[in-house]
Design a protein around this ligand. Structure first.
Ligand code: NAD
Ligand code: MG
Length: 397
Protein backbone atom coordinates (compact mmCIF):
# COMPACT_ATOMS: atom_id res chain seq x y z
CA UNK A 1 0.00 0.00 0.00
CA UNK A 2 1.93 3.12 1.10
CA UNK A 3 0.55 6.61 0.78
CA UNK A 4 1.58 9.14 -1.82
CA UNK A 5 4.61 11.19 -0.81
CA UNK A 6 4.10 14.92 -1.20
CA UNK A 7 6.79 16.63 -3.21
CA UNK A 8 9.24 18.73 -1.18
CA UNK A 9 10.18 21.97 -2.86
CA UNK A 10 13.82 22.82 -2.32
CA UNK A 11 15.99 25.90 -2.30
CA UNK A 12 19.69 25.04 -2.57
CA UNK A 13 21.90 27.91 -1.39
CA UNK A 14 25.43 27.35 -2.69
CA UNK A 15 24.28 24.99 -5.44
CA UNK A 16 27.57 25.29 -7.36
CA UNK A 17 29.67 24.07 -4.42
CA UNK A 18 30.66 20.65 -3.19
CA UNK A 19 27.68 20.21 -0.85
CA UNK A 20 25.41 21.74 -3.49
CA UNK A 21 26.56 19.13 -6.03
CA UNK A 22 26.07 16.23 -3.59
CA UNK A 23 22.60 17.55 -2.73
CA UNK A 24 21.57 17.76 -6.38
CA UNK A 25 22.97 14.27 -6.94
CA UNK A 26 20.67 12.84 -4.22
CA UNK A 27 17.73 14.92 -5.41
CA UNK A 28 18.16 13.66 -8.98
CA UNK A 29 17.78 10.10 -7.71
CA UNK A 30 14.30 10.91 -6.31
CA UNK A 31 12.42 13.10 -8.78
CA UNK A 32 9.10 11.92 -7.30
CA UNK A 33 10.04 13.33 -3.87
CA UNK A 34 12.00 16.54 -4.55
CA UNK A 35 11.62 19.49 -6.85
CA UNK A 36 14.23 22.21 -7.20
CA UNK A 37 12.40 25.50 -6.73
CA UNK A 38 15.41 27.80 -6.27
CA UNK A 39 19.19 27.76 -6.62
CA UNK A 40 21.98 30.15 -5.76
CA UNK A 41 25.53 30.32 -7.07
CA UNK A 42 28.10 32.98 -6.60
CA UNK A 43 30.74 33.18 -9.33
CA UNK A 44 30.72 30.00 -11.39
CA UNK A 45 27.95 31.11 -13.73
CA UNK A 46 28.58 28.50 -16.42
CA UNK A 47 27.97 25.81 -13.86
CA UNK A 48 24.93 27.60 -12.53
CA UNK A 49 23.51 27.85 -16.06
CA UNK A 50 24.10 24.12 -16.51
CA UNK A 51 22.17 23.44 -13.29
CA UNK A 52 19.33 25.68 -14.47
CA UNK A 53 19.01 23.69 -17.69
CA UNK A 54 19.04 20.44 -15.81
CA UNK A 55 16.82 21.22 -12.78
CA UNK A 56 14.70 24.08 -14.17
CA UNK A 57 14.38 26.11 -10.96
CA UNK A 58 11.71 28.83 -10.81
CA UNK A 59 14.16 31.28 -9.12
CA UNK A 60 17.91 31.77 -9.13
CA UNK A 61 19.97 34.16 -6.99
CA UNK A 62 23.26 35.65 -8.24
CA UNK A 63 25.51 38.32 -6.66
CA UNK A 64 24.91 41.30 -8.97
CA UNK A 65 23.34 42.70 -12.14
CA UNK A 66 26.38 41.78 -14.27
CA UNK A 67 26.08 38.15 -13.19
CA UNK A 68 22.36 38.24 -13.92
CA UNK A 69 23.08 39.53 -17.44
CA UNK A 70 25.65 36.83 -17.99
CA UNK A 71 23.29 34.13 -16.75
CA UNK A 72 20.50 35.39 -19.01
CA UNK A 73 22.88 35.24 -21.96
CA UNK A 74 23.96 31.71 -21.08
CA UNK A 75 20.32 30.61 -20.84
CA UNK A 76 19.23 32.28 -24.08
CA UNK A 77 18.55 28.97 -25.78
CA UNK A 78 17.04 27.28 -22.71
CA UNK A 79 13.31 26.67 -22.93
CA UNK A 80 12.53 28.19 -19.54
CA UNK A 81 14.18 31.22 -17.98
CA UNK A 82 14.07 31.40 -14.17
CA UNK A 83 13.37 34.62 -12.25
CA UNK A 84 16.81 36.00 -11.47
CA UNK A 85 17.24 37.72 -8.11
CA UNK A 86 20.24 39.76 -7.09
CA UNK A 87 22.51 40.25 -4.09
CA UNK A 88 22.15 39.29 -0.47
CA UNK A 89 18.48 40.29 -0.49
CA UNK A 90 17.93 37.91 -3.42
CA UNK A 91 19.36 35.08 -1.35
CA UNK A 92 17.07 35.97 1.54
CA UNK A 93 14.04 36.09 -0.77
CA UNK A 94 14.62 32.61 -2.22
CA UNK A 95 15.45 31.15 1.23
CA UNK A 96 12.19 32.45 2.72
CA UNK A 97 10.04 32.02 -0.41
CA UNK A 98 6.50 30.88 0.54
CA UNK A 99 6.66 28.09 -2.03
CA UNK A 100 9.86 26.60 -0.58
CA UNK A 101 9.58 23.78 1.98
CA UNK A 102 13.24 22.92 2.54
CA UNK A 103 16.40 24.99 2.35
CA UNK A 104 19.85 23.48 1.95
CA UNK A 105 22.17 26.06 3.56
CA UNK A 106 25.43 25.32 1.74
CA UNK A 107 27.02 28.72 1.19
CA UNK A 108 30.54 28.80 2.66
CA UNK A 109 31.40 31.22 5.47
CA UNK A 110 29.77 34.26 7.01
CA UNK A 111 28.09 35.08 3.67
CA UNK A 112 25.58 32.35 4.46
CA UNK A 113 24.36 33.74 7.77
CA UNK A 114 21.64 36.13 6.60
CA UNK A 115 20.04 33.81 4.02
CA UNK A 116 20.18 30.86 6.42
CA UNK A 117 18.54 32.94 9.14
CA UNK A 118 15.91 34.09 6.65
CA UNK A 119 15.04 30.42 6.06
CA UNK A 120 14.94 29.77 9.81
CA UNK A 121 12.71 32.79 10.48
CA UNK A 122 10.34 31.65 7.73
CA UNK A 123 9.95 28.35 9.59
CA UNK A 124 11.49 26.19 6.87
CA UNK A 125 13.00 22.78 7.17
CA UNK A 126 16.66 23.91 7.22
CA UNK A 127 19.46 21.53 6.28
CA UNK A 128 22.52 23.16 7.81
CA UNK A 129 25.88 22.63 6.13
CA UNK A 130 26.99 26.27 6.60
CA UNK A 131 28.42 25.76 10.11
CA UNK A 132 29.95 29.26 10.15
CA UNK A 133 26.41 30.73 10.31
CA UNK A 134 25.64 28.89 13.55
CA UNK A 135 29.12 29.47 15.01
CA UNK A 136 28.73 33.23 14.48
CA UNK A 137 25.21 33.71 15.75
CA UNK A 138 24.83 30.82 18.25
CA UNK A 139 22.06 31.58 20.73
CA UNK A 140 20.36 34.02 18.33
CA UNK A 141 20.15 31.31 15.67
CA UNK A 142 18.81 28.65 18.06
CA UNK A 143 16.30 31.12 19.53
CA UNK A 144 15.09 31.95 15.99
CA UNK A 145 14.60 28.23 15.29
CA UNK A 146 12.54 27.88 18.48
CA UNK A 147 10.48 30.99 17.82
CA UNK A 148 9.56 30.09 14.22
CA UNK A 149 9.18 26.35 14.70
CA UNK A 150 11.70 25.69 11.92
CA UNK A 151 13.10 22.16 11.68
CA UNK A 152 16.88 22.27 11.91
CA UNK A 153 18.73 19.20 10.59
CA UNK A 154 22.53 18.97 10.66
CA UNK A 155 24.38 18.12 7.45
CA UNK A 156 27.91 18.20 8.87
CA UNK A 157 28.64 14.46 8.92
CA UNK A 158 29.64 14.48 12.61
CA UNK A 159 26.55 16.38 13.76
CA UNK A 160 24.32 14.34 11.54
CA UNK A 161 25.84 11.23 13.15
CA UNK A 162 25.24 12.60 16.67
CA UNK A 163 21.67 13.52 15.72
CA UNK A 164 21.16 9.93 14.57
CA UNK A 165 22.60 8.57 17.86
CA UNK A 166 20.36 10.71 20.07
CA UNK A 167 17.01 9.12 20.84
CA UNK A 168 15.29 12.48 21.25
CA UNK A 169 17.43 15.26 19.82
CA UNK A 170 14.84 17.90 20.70
CA UNK A 171 14.96 17.38 24.51
CA UNK A 172 17.04 20.25 25.88
CA UNK A 173 20.23 19.50 27.81
CA UNK A 174 22.46 16.49 27.39
CA UNK A 175 21.91 15.30 30.98
CA UNK A 176 18.14 14.97 30.45
CA UNK A 177 18.89 12.60 27.59
CA UNK A 178 21.20 10.49 29.76
CA UNK A 179 24.22 11.57 27.74
CA UNK A 180 27.62 11.83 29.44
CA UNK A 181 29.47 13.35 26.50
CA UNK A 182 29.74 13.64 22.77
CA UNK A 183 32.74 12.16 21.00
CA UNK A 184 33.37 14.26 17.91
CA UNK A 185 35.54 12.41 15.42
CA UNK A 186 38.09 14.05 13.13
CA UNK A 187 40.13 12.50 10.33
CA UNK A 188 43.16 14.53 11.42
CA UNK A 189 43.47 16.00 7.93
CA UNK A 190 46.35 15.69 5.46
CA UNK A 191 49.01 16.70 8.05
CA UNK A 192 48.03 14.34 10.86
CA UNK A 193 51.51 12.80 10.84
CA UNK A 194 53.50 15.75 9.52
CA UNK A 195 56.24 16.82 11.97
CA UNK A 196 55.84 20.33 13.41
CA UNK A 197 58.97 21.66 11.67
CA UNK A 198 57.62 20.71 8.22
CA UNK A 199 54.20 22.34 8.70
CA UNK A 200 55.58 25.82 8.09
CA UNK A 201 56.17 25.19 4.41
CA UNK A 202 53.09 23.21 3.37
CA UNK A 203 51.29 24.58 0.30
CA UNK A 204 47.60 25.29 -0.34
CA UNK A 205 47.39 22.33 -2.72
CA UNK A 206 48.84 20.00 -0.08
CA UNK A 207 46.41 21.38 2.49
CA UNK A 208 43.46 20.84 0.13
CA UNK A 209 44.39 17.23 -0.67
CA UNK A 210 42.24 15.73 2.07
CA UNK A 211 42.86 12.01 2.60
CA UNK A 212 39.18 11.06 3.04
CA UNK A 213 36.79 13.80 1.93
CA UNK A 214 36.51 15.84 -1.25
CA UNK A 215 35.35 19.35 -0.26
CA UNK A 216 35.53 23.06 -1.08
CA UNK A 217 38.92 24.74 -0.53
CA UNK A 218 38.01 26.76 2.57
CA UNK A 219 36.77 23.77 4.58
CA UNK A 220 39.69 21.71 3.28
CA UNK A 221 42.17 24.19 4.79
CA UNK A 222 40.06 24.26 7.99
CA UNK A 223 40.36 20.46 8.12
CA UNK A 224 44.13 20.69 7.73
CA UNK A 225 44.49 23.20 10.61
CA UNK A 226 41.81 21.43 12.69
CA UNK A 227 39.89 24.72 12.82
CA UNK A 228 37.12 22.76 11.12
CA UNK A 229 36.92 20.57 14.22
CA UNK A 230 37.04 23.67 16.42
CA UNK A 231 34.10 25.22 14.52
CA UNK A 232 32.33 21.86 14.77
CA UNK A 233 32.86 21.79 18.53
CA UNK A 234 31.08 25.15 18.78
CA UNK A 235 28.42 23.93 16.34
CA UNK A 236 27.81 20.82 18.48
CA UNK A 237 27.39 22.91 21.64
CA UNK A 238 24.58 24.90 20.01
CA UNK A 239 22.90 22.04 18.19
CA UNK A 240 22.85 19.65 21.13
CA UNK A 241 22.78 22.07 24.07
CA UNK A 242 26.19 20.85 25.29
CA UNK A 243 28.99 22.64 27.13
CA UNK A 244 32.45 22.68 25.49
CA UNK A 245 33.65 20.32 28.24
CA UNK A 246 31.01 17.77 27.16
CA UNK A 247 32.47 17.53 23.65
CA UNK A 248 35.66 15.53 23.22
CA UNK A 249 37.53 15.47 19.92
CA UNK A 250 38.85 12.07 18.83
CA UNK A 251 41.15 11.63 15.85
CA UNK A 252 39.93 8.70 13.77
CA UNK A 253 41.94 8.50 10.54
CA UNK A 254 39.65 6.04 8.71
CA UNK A 255 36.67 8.47 8.84
CA UNK A 256 34.24 5.57 9.06
CA UNK A 257 32.75 6.45 12.45
CA UNK A 258 31.27 9.92 11.95
CA UNK A 259 30.86 10.59 15.71
CA UNK A 260 29.63 8.91 18.90
CA UNK A 261 27.38 9.56 21.88
CA UNK A 262 28.50 8.27 25.28
CA UNK A 263 25.55 7.57 27.64
CA UNK A 264 25.66 7.47 31.47
CA UNK A 265 24.93 3.73 31.53
CA UNK A 266 28.13 3.02 29.60
CA UNK A 267 26.48 2.58 26.20
CA UNK A 268 28.28 4.31 23.38
CA UNK A 269 26.34 4.73 20.14
CA UNK A 270 28.11 5.50 16.89
CA UNK A 271 27.05 6.15 13.31
CA UNK A 272 29.23 4.58 10.63
CA UNK A 273 29.36 4.89 6.88
CA UNK A 274 31.62 5.49 3.93
CA UNK A 275 32.90 9.09 3.95
CA UNK A 276 30.47 10.55 1.41
CA UNK A 277 28.32 13.60 2.18
CA UNK A 278 25.39 12.14 0.25
CA UNK A 279 24.62 10.00 3.31
CA UNK A 280 23.95 12.85 5.78
CA UNK A 281 22.28 14.84 2.97
CA UNK A 282 19.90 11.98 2.13
CA UNK A 283 19.26 11.44 5.85
CA UNK A 284 18.29 15.06 6.42
CA UNK A 285 16.27 15.33 3.19
CA UNK A 286 14.13 12.30 4.02
CA UNK A 287 14.12 12.39 7.86
CA UNK A 288 12.43 10.64 9.58
CA UNK A 289 12.30 8.32 6.57
CA UNK A 290 15.27 6.77 4.78
CA UNK A 291 16.06 6.97 1.09
CA UNK A 292 18.80 5.70 -1.21
CA UNK A 293 21.71 8.14 -1.45
CA UNK A 294 23.91 6.46 -4.03
CA UNK A 295 26.57 5.70 -1.40
CA UNK A 296 27.96 2.17 -1.51
CA UNK A 297 27.32 -0.18 1.41
CA UNK A 298 30.03 -0.13 4.07
CA UNK A 299 32.43 -3.05 3.76
CA UNK A 300 33.92 -3.65 7.23
CA UNK A 301 36.16 -6.45 5.94
CA UNK A 302 37.63 -4.06 3.45
CA UNK A 303 38.21 -1.43 6.18
CA UNK A 304 39.75 -3.98 8.54
CA UNK A 305 40.61 -1.71 11.45
CA UNK A 306 39.43 1.47 13.12
CA UNK A 307 41.98 3.63 14.98
CA UNK A 308 41.73 6.48 17.49
CA UNK A 309 44.23 9.10 18.68
CA UNK A 310 44.25 12.21 20.84
CA UNK A 311 44.48 15.49 18.90
CA UNK A 312 47.86 17.23 19.10
CA UNK A 313 47.05 20.81 20.09
CA UNK A 314 50.70 21.84 20.00
CA UNK A 315 50.83 21.24 16.24
CA UNK A 316 47.21 22.28 15.70
CA UNK A 317 46.52 25.27 18.02
CA UNK A 318 43.29 26.17 16.18
CA UNK A 319 41.44 23.53 18.15
CA UNK A 320 42.42 25.16 21.45
CA UNK A 321 41.55 28.64 20.13
CA UNK A 322 38.08 27.47 19.14
CA UNK A 323 37.48 25.74 22.48
CA UNK A 324 38.49 28.92 24.31
CA UNK A 325 36.14 30.96 22.12
CA UNK A 326 33.33 28.50 22.88
CA UNK A 327 33.98 28.85 26.62
CA UNK A 328 34.03 32.65 26.55
CA UNK A 329 31.03 32.85 24.21
CA UNK A 330 29.42 36.19 23.27
CA UNK A 331 30.85 37.53 20.02
CA UNK A 332 34.18 35.72 20.38
CA UNK A 333 33.18 32.75 18.16
CA UNK A 334 32.17 35.27 15.44
CA UNK A 335 35.54 37.01 15.86
CA UNK A 336 37.40 33.69 15.67
CA UNK A 337 35.43 32.73 12.57
CA UNK A 338 36.05 36.03 10.78
CA UNK A 339 39.77 35.99 11.58
CA UNK A 340 39.92 32.42 10.31
CA UNK A 341 38.16 33.34 7.05
CA UNK A 342 40.72 36.09 6.37
CA UNK A 343 43.62 33.83 7.37
CA UNK A 344 42.46 30.99 5.11
CA UNK A 345 41.91 33.37 2.20
CA UNK A 346 45.46 34.74 2.67
CA UNK A 347 46.91 31.23 2.95
CA UNK A 348 45.13 30.11 -0.22
CA UNK A 349 46.44 33.21 -2.00
CA UNK A 350 50.01 32.38 -0.94
CA UNK A 351 50.23 35.43 1.35
CA UNK A 352 50.32 33.60 4.71
CA UNK A 353 52.17 30.52 5.91
CA UNK A 354 50.23 27.54 7.24
CA UNK A 355 51.57 27.88 10.80
CA UNK A 356 50.81 31.62 10.77
CA UNK A 357 47.07 30.89 10.46
CA UNK A 358 46.61 30.21 14.22
CA UNK A 359 48.96 33.10 15.09
CA UNK A 360 46.83 35.56 13.16
CA UNK A 361 43.63 34.20 14.71
CA UNK A 362 45.01 34.26 18.25
CA UNK A 363 46.22 37.82 17.85
CA UNK A 364 42.82 38.98 16.58
CA UNK A 365 40.95 37.15 19.36
CA UNK A 366 43.20 38.82 21.94
CA UNK A 367 42.87 42.30 20.47
CA UNK A 368 39.13 42.35 19.71
CA UNK A 369 36.93 43.69 22.49
CA UNK A 370 34.84 40.92 24.05
CA UNK A 371 31.15 41.70 23.71
CA UNK A 372 27.82 39.96 24.31
CA UNK A 373 26.03 38.74 21.18
CA UNK A 374 22.85 40.63 22.00
CA UNK A 375 21.65 40.90 18.42
CA UNK A 376 22.76 40.37 14.82
CA UNK A 377 24.15 43.90 14.60
CA UNK A 378 26.55 43.09 17.43
CA UNK A 379 27.60 39.90 15.64
CA UNK A 380 28.21 41.65 12.31
CA UNK A 381 30.08 44.50 14.03
CA UNK A 382 32.35 41.95 15.73
CA UNK A 383 32.80 40.17 12.38
CA UNK A 384 33.78 43.43 10.65
CA UNK A 385 36.16 44.45 13.44
CA UNK A 386 37.86 41.05 13.36
CA UNK A 387 38.31 41.25 9.59
CA UNK A 388 39.85 44.71 9.92
CA UNK A 389 42.22 43.55 12.69
CA UNK A 390 43.16 40.49 10.65
CA UNK A 391 43.99 42.62 7.58
CA UNK A 392 46.03 44.98 9.77
CA UNK A 393 47.94 42.00 11.15
CA UNK A 394 48.64 40.80 7.60
CA UNK A 395 49.88 44.16 6.38
CA UNK A 396 51.98 44.90 9.49
CA UNK A 397 54.24 41.89 8.98
P1 NAD B 1 32.32 25.21 -1.81
O1 NAD B 1 33.39 26.24 -1.79
O2 NAD B 1 32.50 24.00 -2.63
O3 NAD B 1 30.92 25.89 -2.20
C1 NAD B 1 30.51 27.09 -1.62
C2 NAD B 1 29.23 27.61 -2.27
O4 NAD B 1 28.94 28.89 -1.69
C3 NAD B 1 29.33 27.82 -3.78
O5 NAD B 1 28.09 27.52 -4.37
C4 NAD B 1 29.61 29.31 -3.90
O6 NAD B 1 29.13 29.84 -5.12
C5 NAD B 1 28.83 29.86 -2.73
N1 NAD B 1 29.40 31.12 -2.22
C6 NAD B 1 30.71 31.36 -1.93
N2 NAD B 1 30.84 32.62 -1.48
C7 NAD B 1 29.62 33.18 -1.50
C8 NAD B 1 29.13 34.47 -1.18
N3 NAD B 1 29.94 35.46 -0.74
N4 NAD B 1 27.81 34.70 -1.33
C9 NAD B 1 26.98 33.73 -1.76
N5 NAD B 1 27.40 32.50 -2.10
C10 NAD B 1 28.70 32.23 -1.97
O7 NAD B 1 32.10 24.81 -0.26
P2 NAD B 1 31.51 23.43 0.33
O8 NAD B 1 32.64 22.50 0.58
O9 NAD B 1 30.34 22.98 -0.47
O10 NAD B 1 31.02 23.93 1.77
C11 NAD B 1 29.81 24.66 1.95
C12 NAD B 1 29.50 24.73 3.44
O11 NAD B 1 29.25 23.40 3.91
C13 NAD B 1 30.66 25.27 4.29
O12 NAD B 1 30.13 26.01 5.34
C14 NAD B 1 31.31 24.01 4.82
O13 NAD B 1 31.94 24.22 6.08
C15 NAD B 1 30.11 23.08 4.98
N6 NAD B 1 30.44 21.65 4.92
C16 NAD B 1 30.99 21.12 3.81
C17 NAD B 1 31.32 19.77 3.74
C18 NAD B 1 31.89 19.15 2.50
O14 NAD B 1 32.10 17.94 2.48
N7 NAD B 1 32.17 19.90 1.45
C19 NAD B 1 31.10 18.96 4.87
C20 NAD B 1 30.54 19.53 6.01
C21 NAD B 1 30.21 20.89 6.03
MG1 MG C 1 32.31 17.76 9.43
Amino acid sequence: MGCAVSVQRLCVLGATGSIGASTLDVVAQHPERYEIFALSGHRRLNELAELCRRFRPRCVAVPDEASAEQLRALLQTADALPDILIGESGLEVIAAHPQVDTVMAAIVGAAGLKPTLAAVKAGKRVLLANKEALVMSGALFIEAVRASGATLLPIDSEHNAIFQCLADPATPGLAAKGVRRILLTASGGPFRQTPAELLRDVTPDQACAHPKWSMGRKISVDSATLMNKGLELIEACWLFDATPAQVEVVIHPQSVIHSLVDYVDGSVLAQLGNPDMRTPIAHALAWPERIISGVAALDLFDIGRLEFERPDEARFPCLRLAREAAQVGGCLPAILNAANEIAVEAFLAGRLGFTEIPRLIESVCERAEPCPAIDLDAVFTADATARRLAREWLSSR
